[in-house]
Design a protein around this ligand. Structure first.
Ligand code: ZN
Length: 133
């Protein structure tokens, strides 16, 4: 099966995030009310219900929280058997992405990983993680 190039479905709440990937940065939201960070993008702070926030660049290194090998459902962007991971970048920011450069057998919960980007369609880039060098 031919793989398509990744392109996100943007809406009002996620546009800032995907625009940031075009510049190779992972942007998260910092609440203007209570100062907490949050991800994935959402219109309301879960801590203080403020609607005000600013975008902030997330750290590029984090800790592997979980990983699984995905066979189903099929992805239009990559063949089955890819590794999907959750990474803690900083308090409040847990990011779901592919884990590259590592087999499931060698992945260890708690290991240091680093962010990088793979090009997608129309200038968008998809955040990925790999073992930190
Ligand atoms: Zn808040």
């Amino acid at each position: 099966m031919a793989m398509r190039q990744f392109e996100p479905g943007c809406d009002h709440d996620t546009e800032f995030y995907w625009e940031g990937t075009k510049s190779g940065v992972l942007l998260v939201q910092r609440c203007s009310g209570c100062g907490s960070l949050r991800h994935p993008p959402s219109p309301v702070c879960p801590h203080c219900q403020s609607l005000e926030w600013e975008a902030e660049e997330a750290p590029t290194r984090g800790v592997l929280y979980s990983v699984s090998m995905v066979h189903h459902p099929p992805s239009p962007f990559q063949p089955p058997g890819y590794l999907l991971c959750l990474v803690d970048l900083v308090a409040g920011v847990r990011v779901a992405a592919n884990l590259r450069g590592c087999t499931l057998a060698h992945a260890r919960i708690g290991m240091a990983v680093e962010l990088f980007f793979e090009p997608g369609a129309n200038g968008f880039q998809l955040p990925q993680f790999r073992p930190a060098r």
